[in-house]
Design a protein. Structure first.
Length: 273
């Protein structure tokens, strides 16, 4: 279920109750392509033989939201690595904004029953769905001010699961990595939807060539670390980490619905419908 499918206030209130309520929309307004402060990720796996039907419905839903000027945004991604699945990247500046969006969508679906029907048709073609809420951790990110999601064509998302109580070890490892870091990344802490503690590392890529560049950059970053930093990071990996999974996702603008300000960052790519 994507954000546009959340129309039950009780569910949304429970989700927010599990999340950190300290995130607010205060401060200067970020650029449209900046990594969001609050991130809602929805992973969907389709029933066998239903992927093409779901994509057709998603394209039509995106067009309808454009037509009706619904101010709800999402970026739709398809898995390049790992099992076939869709991933919806729903940005927000605060939990309050997500709450308002849920209420707004309830009104939209009530006024436009055809949109609610399309959403139901999409749900019927899904085998499973998982919703995750995460908050950006600026002190653990690197070069986040250089990230412009309007120019991204792929996202590499790394999921790091830790043993209970080892969040400080993860923070230490990321701080030590910053000494040799070059590639921009935004780090998020999961607040609901996955076993905690779990962190997400989001890296935007402009092309698949950036994957090759990323491997080279990672090698140089590791070489740039002091011997003591490398040993300590290896120790933390052995003792604090439960698992690390990194996957690549391709962005599909025809199934996304972004704001006019966001699309203006690369109109030739985002405004193609």
């Amino acid at each position: 279920m994507t954000l546009r499918g959340i129309v039950m206030p009780v569910f949304w209130s429970c989700l927010l109750g599990c999340a950190w309520s300290g995130v607010s929309a205060q401060g200067p307004k970020p650029s449209p392509g900046a990594p969001p402060k609050v991130l809602l990720l929805v992973q969907q796996q389709m029933l066998p033989g239903k992927a093409a039907e779901r994509q057709r419905l998603e394209v039509e839903t995106s067009r309808r939201f454009d037509e009706f000027n619904v101010p709800i945004t999402w970026i739709e991604l398809e898995a390049v690595t790992g099992p076939p699945r869709a991933l919806f990247f729903d940005p927000a500046s605060s939990f309050e904004e997500l709450d308002r969006a849920g209420a707004m969508l309830a009104n939209v679906f009530s006024a436009r029953p055809e949109l609610a029907q399309q959403q139901q048709q999409i749900e019927e073609r899904l085998a499973s769905s998982r919703t995750v809420v995460a908050v950006r951790r600026d002190e653990l990110s690197f070069g986040a001010e250089r990230i412009d999601l309007t120019k991204a064509r792929y996202l590499r998302i790394t999921v790091v699961s830790l043993r209970p109580g080892r969040e400080r070890d993860f923070a230490e490892a990321e701080t030590r990595r910053r000494a040799g870091a070059d590639s921009a990344r935004a780090v998020y802490e999961v607040n609901a939807g996955l076993e905690q503690p779990t962190f997400l590392i989001v890296e935007p890529l402009r092309s698949l060539q950036d994957v090759d560049k990323g491997i080279e950059i990672q090698r140089k970053e590791e070489q740039g670390l002091e011997e003591g930093d490398r040993k300590r990071i290896d120790e933390i990996l052995r003792e604090a980490y439960v698992s690390i999974e990194s996957n690549l996702y391709a962005i599909h603008p025809e199934m996304s619905h972004v704001s006019k300000e966001f699309a203006a960052g690369d109109p030739g790519y985002w405004i193609q419908k």
